[in-house]
Design a protein around this ligand. Structure first.
Ligand SMILES: Nc1ncnc2c1ncn2[C@@H]1O[C@H](COP(=O)(O)OS(=O)(=O)O)[C@@H](OP(=O)(O)O)[C@H]1O
Length: 437
């Protein structure tokens, strides 16, 4: 089933690829980004980037080679130099073409596995965690806290004849199909809130757990993946969310080789807050880890940010996006603001539904702001008794971070954010947000 092409709607099924002008634009952006990264490593750069006010990490290494020598894998380099980043494709070797490795090639483990996962994250409020969820999204019956989709759960879901990882109310008719739309990131961006909200749409069915197919489970093959999906009727869209895809080098090529018209959704959030949220999640599982302030720096005296730390690396959105743009036109990727998903969930959901070619059915009527939780929650479905908020693993209290560290991180991210705004044509106003504080 393919959602109908939307005339004038970015990412419609008719999208064939970027026109030459766009490609040129992307190439020049790529060059800019390479240049930017180089400048971050101590080379010359635009005056603005060299200014202490915006120079990431503030400390200029003596030479790019010196920084490269100390950079751990995953440190920001030019997109072309990122490990595993595919070289730009020539028409003779298109992505997903014969030159691509077969799906059976063993994928590397993603460095960013979102460990939170199951759809049971939406809890009925004010009921206690663990209450059974009866609405469409109620694939699971517990607040998973930090539990992720386990391999065992997935192999059960993927076994022939199983009902898949979809909703417990999935009717036993229809067909299991590969997803036509994916929420690919970012970790801690608000991906669960988005998935649960879009599942309120009658024309969407989604897997509750994170299948991690394009990063951890790729060798299991597409039939396994299809079996994980809930059954859908014609006209319904199948979806899943796995936030680590966005930072998995192989994911764009693999998704493109599954279906080049797959629609991609990325929920982005201020990378500084995202990093702290990521750290807070890890801290909840491993209270013994060093402080955020310690982990954030390679050398705090020199002000060198440790961009190889996944909590920081994930937030360099421009670098990761480069990788996706080698396979997908920008029009096929929707960027959802994690901040607006909280302040204006209906507004963001309108964009999501348009992008997916769906009627706007999930509207402001579906949400209410839960003051205790501090987040919007889904109102009760007509046939159910209680509204649903996300579970305790969302909206944790973040530890207080040294303001100087926050300041340095803002400076670090600023040029990457600006680049991201240029690449996407959207200003997420993270700098504005910070200057308001
Ligand atoms: N409606 C609603 N309810 C609760 N939480 C909400 C909501 N909308 C967005 N958010 C924000 O989502 C953040 C968690 O993001 P993810 O769901 O992407 O996390 S994960 O990667 O799946 O673990 C989570 O981050 P933290 O506040 O740091 O926990 C929230 O800020």
């Amino acid at each position: 089933m393919s959602p109908p092409a939307q005339p004038g709607v970015p990412g419609g099924r008719g999208s064939k690829g970027p026109p030459a002008r766009k490609l040129l634009c992307m190439c020049s952006l790529s060059l800019c980004l390479t240049y930017l990264c180089y400048s971050l490593m101590g080379g010359t750069g635009p005056a603005a980037l060299r200014s202490p006010a915006v120079l990431p990490g503030t400390a200029a290494p003596r030479s790019p080679a010196a920084l490269l020598g100390t950079a751990a894998p995953g440190a920001p380099r030019s997109p072309a130099a990122l490990p595993g980043t595919a070289a730009p494709r020539s028409p003779a070797n298109p992505p997903g073409g014969p030159g691509d490795p077969a799906p059976s090639a063993a994928p590397p483990r993603a460095s960013n596995g979102s460990r939170e996962g199951a759809a049971g994250a939406w809890l009925r409020t004010p009921l206690a965690p663990g209450e059974v969820i009866t609405a469409q999204s109620g694939a699971f019956e517990r607040d998973p806290q930090e539990s992720s989709t386990t391999d065992e759960e997935l192999s059960r879901a993927g076994s022939p004849g199983s009902r898949g990882g979809g909703s417990s109310t999935t009717p036993d008719y229809g067909e299991k199909r590969l997803p036509q739309a994916l929420i690919i990131g970012v970790k801690k961006g608000g991906t669960r809130a988005l998935l649960e909200a879009i599942r309120a749409h009658p024309d969407v069915r989604a897997v509750g757990t994170e299948p991690h197919f394009f990063d951890r489970n790729y060798e299991k093959g597409l039939e396994w993946y299809r079996n994980v999906m809930p059954k859908t009727l014609d006209g319904q869209i199948t979806m899943e969310k796995t936030p680590s895809y966005f930072v998995t080098n192989e994911a764009p090529r693999r998704i493109h080789s599954m279906a080049k018209d797959t629609k991609l959704i990325v929920v982005v959030r201020n990378p500084v807050t995202r990093a702290i949220s990521d750290y807070t999640q890890t801290l909840s599982k491993k209270p013994e880890i060093p402080t955020f302030e310690v982990l954030a720096f390679k050398n705090r005296t020199l002000g060198l940010i440790d961009a190889s730390w996944s909590a920081i690396r994930i937030g360099i959105y421009a670098l990761h996006l480069e990788n996706w743009l080698q396979y997908f036109p920008l029009s096929q990727i929707l960027f959802v603001s994690g901040e607006r998903l909280i302040t204006d969930p209906a507004g963001e959901m309108a964009k999501v539904q348009d992008f997916l070619g769906l009627k706007r059915i999930v509207t402001e009527k579906h949400f209410y702001f839960n003051k205790t939780k501090g987040f919007p929650c889904l109102k009760k479905p007509e046939d159910s008794s209680a509204p649903r908020c996300l579970g305790k693993s969302k909206g944790r209290t973040h530890p207080k971070i040294d303001p100087d560290v926050i300041h340095r991180l803002r400076k670090f991210y600023k040029p990457f954010n600006v680049m991201f705004y240029q690449m996407t044509g959207q200003d997420f106003q993270w700098e504005q947000e910070e200057s308001d504080k």
